[in-house]
Design a binder for this molecule. Structure first.
Ligand code: PMP
Length: 355
């Protein structure tokens, strides 16, 4: 830390992204990316747009917003496009939370939420998940605080039904409820249909997972026009050109090619269920996931050890050191070939371990 760093950030512990190592070629199952590349028309659109990079991008993100709004059956006033969904989440923390408007979220969830809170000096409370890692919905009913819930949750993959989300939103009418749907396309129920009915609901999503655009950084938020306008105020006060030209072009084409992406999501769901069944045959405890990853622990091998042994075999998964989940690994669902390689490696490791 330099002597110039503001004391207000002294206690800030930045988010730790999943590793992106370059020492060798890994089967990357650690950051919940799609194993499938973007469509050729997305790649072509990016190439074409690169020729116009001397110009700023459209701060209104108009063309992309329109095609996206049409795809989801909302008005463009219900929608904001951002630089990854991390950005819309940060904007929401900035816009709606402060020392008089604290925020709550589960104790085991997306690691960026406490970082956003600390960054903006927002008090927060972590509500423990139940022993089976599910959210106890009653903990959030009428809590009178802002709420952020990842649905499906990460790193557990467990989803809440829409009826539970609605109960939470309806019982806190004077607080913002953010539903982070980064993984919704893999079997969850979206709360998008509730934005007309509840003016306190913000639904966020991303092109990073089901749309194969993690590297482009494109996220979005759906909500009542008034809360979307507030988010634009924050956006115009930080970075009006938050979505770059190439990303806008990629997002636009991705929406046009949605069939391909939705069929990939279906393949990932099938592969998830295959992997889950195989892991269970090895004795793993695998949480019921509706996301593009599995959260699993083996009674035979410590989570950290399994992570390291897989790594030395060229397979990267994500291990967290938090006490409650340190025996688990979060495994992104890749292609069938990648998952078969993972399962073979796990089989070998368990065999070696039992000697
Ligand atoms: N929410 C959750 C629950 C996530 O796991 C992630 C991915 N790390 C994000 C939001 C942010 O994704 P992105 O910024 O790539 O849209």
């Amino acid at each position: 830390m330099s002597r110039f760093f503001s004391p207000k950030y002294e206690a800030l512990e930045p988010y730790t992204p999943g590793e992106q190592p370059r020492d060798m070629k890994y089967i990357k199952l650690n950051t919940n990316e799609s194993p499938y590349p973007p469509t050729p028309s997305v790649i072509e659109a990016v190439r074409e747009e690169a020729g116009r990079l001397q110009l700023y991008s459209d701060p209104e993100c108009l063309e992309l917003t329109e095609v996206f709004a049409k795809r989801y059956g909302v008005k463009k006033e219900n929608l904001i496009m951002t630089n990854g969904s991390d950005e819309v989440l940060n904007f929401a923390f900035m816009a709606f939370c402060d020392s008089d408007h604290p925020i709550v979220f589960p104790d085991l969830t997306y690691g960026f939420y406490p970082v956003f809170a600390k960054l903006s000096g927002i008090p927060y409370e972590e509500i423990p998940l139940r022993d089976d890692f599910t959210i106890n919905v009653d903990d959030y009913i009428g809590i009178r605080k802002n709420i952020v819930i990842a649905n499906p949750n990460a790193p557990t993959g467990i989803a809440l039904p829409l009826s539970d989300i609605e109960r939470i939103v309806a019982s806190n009418p004077d607080n913002i409820v953010i539903i982070d749907e980064a993984y919704v396309d893999f079997g969850g129920e979206s709360a998008l249909c509730l934005i007309e009915k509840y003016d306190n609901l913000l639904v966020t999503g991303t092109f990073s997972k089901s749309r194969s655009l993690a590297g482009a950084r494109l996220g979005f938020g759906f909500g009542n026009p008034a809360i979307i306008a507030d988010l634009h105020t924050i956006r115009y006060s930080t970075n009006p050109y938050n979505v770059n030209r190439m990303t806008m072009a990629a997002g636009y084409r991705a929406i046009c090619d949605d069939e391909y992406y939705m069929s990939n999501a279906k393949k990932i769901i099938e592969c998830r269920e295959f992997t889950r069944a195989e892991l269970e045959k090895f004795g793993f405890n695998v949480l019921p996931s509706k996301a593009n990853f599995l959260f699993a622990e083996s009674p035979e091998i410590d989570g950290g050890e399994l992570y390291l042994k897989l790594r030395s075999r060229g397979i990267l998964v994500r291990h967290f050191t938090k006490e409650r989940i340190k025996n688990f690994n979060r495994i992104t669902v890749g292609t069938k070939e990648e998952m078969t390689a993972l399962l073979t490696a796990i089989k070998d490791i368990l065999k070696e371990n039992s000697k």
